[in-house]
Ligand binder design. Structure first.
Ligand SMILES: NC(=O)c1ccc[n+]([C@@H]2O[C@H](COP(=O)([O-])OP(=O)(O)OC[C@H]3O[C@@H](n4cnc5c(N)ncnc54)[C@H](O)[C@@H]3O)[C@@H](O)[C@H]2O)c1
Length: 245
């Protein structure tokens, strides 16, 4: 089998690793990586980079129309948040933070999945698969209100979509990564503090790698997972279990 995969946020970090894992798995021969920021990003063989804001319906429609073929795999992976050092009213962990930034986070981490899927999904054939990159922040309460709420919404949306698309033969799953030092963290927390946090929060005592997340996404999108739908797989070194010490 060969097919096209669309990976959002695919220019770097976990998304770039997902693109590579899907190609290596053999069921996909082309990956279209949609990303807001493709400047300086490398596109390995089999991957095409498309500048696209996945919170913008028109941009998504235009880029999808330009592909010339329908996707068999869709990975809604773009997420995280904009680094906004200029916003002095945006204090990390503030439960009463600015409404516009709350909306922005929900837009990026939840609504974007609906936008891309509503454009791509109607043309996906039976046997196709969708995987959403959620987070353990969507499975346990934390201080990132908007992000956590949006990822929890993404997990519930995954299950609703799995039920709705099952009659069409399309599976929908999610992965919930724990801690990976990608640009998302690089912009906000120095490495040594990140390592200290991992030491406390991860029972297996190490962060995950983009490749470990990508491996699970490739499995969930493959024929090997033909009977798996509506599931959320945490790849978190045991963080959801609680703290050992
Ligand atoms: N890194 C972690 O510890 C961690 C943990 C749990 C979940 N996640 C999730 O994994 C996913 C990937 O994050 P990452 O760690 O690889 O971060 P990253 O910052 O390295 O990659 C995110 C990519 O998404 C792109 N992007 C951002 N906004 C976009 C938009 N509006 N339209 C299109 N592309 C956009 C960015 O340009 C970037 O290339 C995110 O959904 C994130 O929430 C990450």
């Amino acid at each position: 089998m060969s097919g096209l995969a669309i990976v959002t946020g695919g220019a770097r970090g976990i998304g770039a690793a997902i693109a590579a894992a899907l190609l290596a798995d053999g069921e996909i021969d082309e990956v279209a990586a949609f990303d807001l920021d493709i400047a300086g990003a490398q596109a390995p063989a089999g991957v095409t980079l498309h500048q696209c804001d996945v919170t913008n319906v028109e941009q998504v429609r235009d880029v999808v129309a330009s592909l010339g073929r329908h996707a068999t795999v869709l990975v809604n992976n773009a997420g995280g948040g904009k680094h906004r050092p200029e916003r002095t009213d945006n204090k990390p962990g503030d439960p009463f933070g600015p409404v516009d930034l709350f909306r922005e986070s929900v837009d990026l981490n939840l609504t974007s999945a609906h936008i891309v899927t509503s454009v791509v999904g109607p043309n996906m054939a039976s046997g196709s698969a969708i995987c959403n990159t959620a987070s353990i922040a969507g499975l346990m309460p934390n201080a990132m209100m908007a992000y956590g709420a949006a990822k929890a919404g993404l997990i519930h949306w995954t299950k609703c979509m799995a039920l709705s698309l099952a009659p069409r033969g399309i599976r929908v799953n999610a992965v919930a990564p724990g801690f990976i030092y990608t640009r998302l963290w690089e912009q906000t927390l120095p490495r040594k503090y990140f390592d200290q946090m991992v030491g406390v929060a991860v029972p297996m005592s190490s962060e995950q790698t983009p490749e470990q997340i990508a491996d699970s996404v490739a499995f969930l999108c493959s024929a090997r997972a033909a009977q798996i739908t509506g599931q959320v797989l945490a790849i978190d070194g045991g963080s959801l279990l609680g703290q050992v010490r």
